[in-house]
Design a protein around this ligand. Structure first.
Ligand code: F6R
Length: 628
């Protein structure tokens, strides 16, 4: 594959966009295989720089596969990890040492003595020596042949937060607030995330002979574009890859979305003006000129590199009207379809009415965050709405909550008029408390604790759903096995998950499904559930409902949809947004992004207004799912 093309003119580091993370992981694992084999033949060790986090997980799984199925040996491999949380012992469930053992080292034949990970437990006065020794050790084995990298939302590589210099070396660093927020779910709350880490420096990383930075999902799109196309700056340490002769970015479609060649292709070369590209260009142009679509004139088209579009589809006013109408037709107060109306230009078909609507929420809060107002409307308009939480969400619940509930249970039992009838509850409460004690703050939850934490969220979701008028018996928890048996960043789905979803679909035979996660990091709960659902739908091919049911994508905590991507815009009245806020308030532990949902809905409305469409209080937006 040639790495440079005119369309990539804006990119200062070779960037390869793969169909998905699995394809990228496979390609990278092949390169590693070649390095190991070549070095082996030369009688030398191969030296690999390793990263942690969710990004490299598919790559590590592929290396394990190469070992188990193709006999690739890692006996001549030496590894250096980028970083470790300061203060965490190697057996701490969230330490990077443990992560590496579980994700790769325990499954391949690398000698333990060849594994190097910065220590999280050295005392402060040893940090300097430890870091200097780490640098020397890298040099003493001939340097790193290939350094694997992920990228944080702050643009960090390793834990080189904004401000890290080009020549920084291995050292202790204070973690950025954003990085700690991103790690909050691993540690069940931001307050538990360590403040410091030991990390290789930018200079250390750039000494590697080759570098590959991987990134998946839309949430990384913005920072990837800054690192690849922006100036080299300490504010985005990944941008220093531009200063390396053999650095590459391996990204998936989601993470490529902010690159100029994807986002503004007309600036880099000829464009095939599909309806979606046309709409994208028109919306961009309107925002850029701060003019409503209907007021764009020839000069605007010419000044913004769109003369080609104008000559192909103009004159301007006709084109403006066409796009205006398309945008206008996305707006509907009838997300389930308007009965007895011509539906030619409506996003959803009129019949059948009422519809069986299945609202799928990866974790218990996602659907209310993404489409609380629309749920409210669907119910009000008489549809048969079922809200399904695909997982219990138990991993989000801090121990303190479980402790509180177990304590309340014991308190209730001790005050009961007939204590005999509460024996089972007393046993359960005591067991939960003693298991909480035994496992320590970050230890893995036992099945009893997982159950208790899941029950707490059940209560919250039912409560939130009720605030939107949805009856308790229309709220179900599916507890998909991949989640109940896994942990964040290292979930593994199986056929059992697909089967559970297929059963759900066959039970409900929905006319409409609302889902999310198409654009999410494929290792996140919503990314995994999205793919599972597509597989389950495929497994239902041939069923009448599967052929005719409409699939609508909403956005939970991922980036909001932009105006040109919207297929259905459901306006919310001031009262409705208040009801949604009310429902969200029922959750005790929403992340800051989730709390911002009503503001995002208001922002959607402002955007539509500035395009020259009607002015609403707030709008929830949806995209038609085309991957059925
Ligand atoms: C981890 C590391 C970090 C991560 C980055 C992305 O060793 O060095 O730079 O690569 O924070 O994390 P994920 O992959 O979890 O999105």
């Amino acid at each position: 594959m040639s790495l440079r093309s005119p369309a990539e003119a804006f990119e200062k580091v070779p960037t390869i966009i793969f169909a998905d993370s699995a394809a990228a992981a496979k390609a990278l694992a092949q390169e590693v295989k070649e390095i190991i084999t070549t070095k082996n033949k030369a009688g030398q060790p191969a030296v690999l720089g390793m990263a942690t986090g969710s990004t490299p997980v598919p790559f590590y799984r592929e290396l394990i596969r190469l070992h188990k199925e193709e006999g690739l040996s890692f006996k001549n491999l030496i590894t250096f990890n980028l970083d470790e949380y300061f203060g965490l012992a190697p057996d701490h469930p969230e330490s990077y040492a443990r992560f590496m053992a579980e994700q790769i080292f325990d499954h391949i034949d690398i000698p333990k003595a060849n594994i190097n990970i910065p220590s999280g437990t050295i005392s402060s006065d040893q940090v300097f020596n430890h870091c200097r020794d780490y640098e020397q050790k890298i040099d003493s084995v001939g340097g790193i042949d290939l350094q694997i990298l992920g990228i944080g939302r702050t643009g960090h590589i390793g834990f080189n937060e904004p401000g890290s210099s080009r020549d920084s070396l291995t050292r202790r660093i204070t973690l950025d607030r954003v990085t700690r927020q991103d790690a909050a779910s691993d540690f069940r709350g931001e307050q538990n995330v360590p403040h410091f880490a030991i990390t290789m420096g930018v200079g250390t990383i750039l000494r590697a002979k080759k570098l590959v930075l991987m990134a998946w999902g839309e949430n990384k799109g913005g920072v990837v574009a800054k690192a690849v196309e922006g100036p080299m700056t300490e504010a985005v340490s990944a941008s220093f890859l531009q200063d390396h002769p053999d650095a590459r970015f391996f990204i998936d479609q989601g993470a490529s979305r902010e690159l100029t060649r994807i986002k503004l292709p007309w600036l880099v070369g000829p464009v095939s003006w599909t309806p979606r590209e046309t709409r994208r260009a028109m919306v961009w142009q309107a925002f850029k000129t701060k003019r409503p679509v209907l007021k764009l004139i020839d000069e605007h088209y010419n000044e913004h590199g769109l003369s080609d579009l104008l000559s192909e589809q103009g004159p301007a006013y006709q084109l403006n009207i066409r796009i205006f109408n398309q945008l206008q037709h996305t707006i509907t107060g009838w997300p389930g379809g308007k009965p007895d109306e011509d539906d030619t230009y409506r996003p959803e078909r009129a019949r059948p009415f009422p519809k069986r609507c299945l609202v799928l929420s990866p974790e218990p809060q996602d659907a209310i965050v993404g489409m609380g107002g629309t749920i409210d409307r669907l119910i009000e308009q008489g549809h048969d709405v079922h809200l399904i939480s695909l997982t219990s969400g138990s991993l989000r619940v801090p121990d303190s909550e479980a402790d509180k509930f177990a304590g309340t249970l014991l308190e209730l039992s001790s005050n009961a008029a007939k204590p005999d009838e509460w024996k089972a509850q007393v046993v359960y409460g005591k067991e939960a408390l003693s298991q909480l004690d035994a496992k320590g703050e970050f230890g893995e939850d036992t099945p009893v604790l997982r159950q208790l934490k899941g029950l707490i969220l059940r209560g919250e979701l039912r409560d939130a759903a009720q605030a939107l008028g949805l009856d308790h018996n229309h709220v179900t928890f599916l507890d998909l096995p991949f989640y109940e048996q896994g942990r964040y960043r290292r979930f593994k789905s199986t056929q059992a998950d697909v089967e559970a979803l297929k059963k759900l679909l066959l039970e409900h035979k929905p006319h409409q499904i609302f889902l999310t996660g198409d654009a999410a990091d494929p290792s996140s709960v919503s990314g995994i559930t999205f793919r599972l659902l597509i597989s389950a739908l495929q497994a239902c091919t041939g069923e009448e409902f599967a052929n005719s049911c409409s699939l609508w994508l909403y956005r939970g905590k991922e980036r909001a949809l932009e105006a040109h991507e919207i297929d259905m815009a459901v306006p919310m009245s001031p009262l409705q947004i208040e009801r949604k806020e009310n429902a969200l308030n029922r959750y005790s532990a929403l992340s800051s992004l989730e709390k911002e949902a009503p503001e995002t809905n208001r922002e959607n409305a402002r955007n539509y207004d500035s395009l020259g469409l009607a002015e609403y209080e707030a709008i929830e937006v949806f995209q038609r799912c085309r991957r059925n």
